[in-house]
Ligand binder design. Sequence first.
Ligand code: AMP
Ligand code: MG
Length: 210
Amino acid sequence: MILDGQSPSSITAAAQALQRGDLLGLPTETVYGLAADANHEDAVLGIFAAKNRPHANPLILHFDHLASAEPYMLAFPAVFKLLYQSFCPGPLTFIVPKSSLVSELITGGQETVAIRFPKHQALQHLLKEFGRPIAAPSANLYGQLSPTTAQHVYSQLNGRIPFILDGGACDQGLESTIIGLENERVLIYRYGSITAEQLAVHLGYTPEAK
Ligand code: AMP
Ligand code: MG
C-alpha cells in the first residue's frame, strides 16, 4: 500500500507498521530507503531477505537528532560534532563505535555502526513519532539502482514489502557521504552528496578515501 508522506495519519500508519515489525519503503533526501525497526531482529532480517542483500553488508541507523543516537554509540568525537552542526540533518553518515544496544545483525558483525540524521520532512516526522532508530539501506534489489521515487520502489519491491511512504522525488538522487575517524583524521568510506571539499572547509584538510 502506498501512504501519502504529507498526511499526518499516514505518518502514524507508517510508525505503526514499523512497530509491528513490517517493512516500509520511505523517502530520504538522497534515495528511498527500505526501513525496519532497528530493535526488531526479525524485521531487520526481513530487510536483507527483501533486497537479497548479503548479511555482511551493514545497515545505516537513522535518527531525528544527535541526542536520540547517543545511547546507540560509545563515542561521538568532537570533530564529528563540528560536522554534525554544519551538515545535519543532511546526507552525511558517521561511522562510530557501537553500544551494546546495536545488534550485530545491523553492523554485519562489526564493532562500529553507521548513523545518519536525514533531512526529509516526512522521515523527520516519522522518526519523531516512532521514537526509535530506523534501520534502512537503499530500497533497491541488491546490485540494482537506488530508487528516487515511490514508483521506482514499487516497481522493484512490489510483493516483497507491504508499505511505501511516498514523499515525492528525492532532492539529491545520490547516496549520503560516509565518513569515519582513524588516527584523529576523518576518512571518506563512501563518496556521496557532501563533497570532500565541503568537508575540508570545516576540517582544515581534505579528507582522503579510506
Ligand atoms: P546503503 O544504505 O544501501 O547505502 O548501504 C549502507 C552503506 O553503509 C554500505 O555501503 C555499508 O558498507 C556502509 N556501512 C554501514 N555500516 C558500516 C560500518 N560499520 N563500517 C563501514 N561501512 C558501513
Ligand atoms: Mg545501497
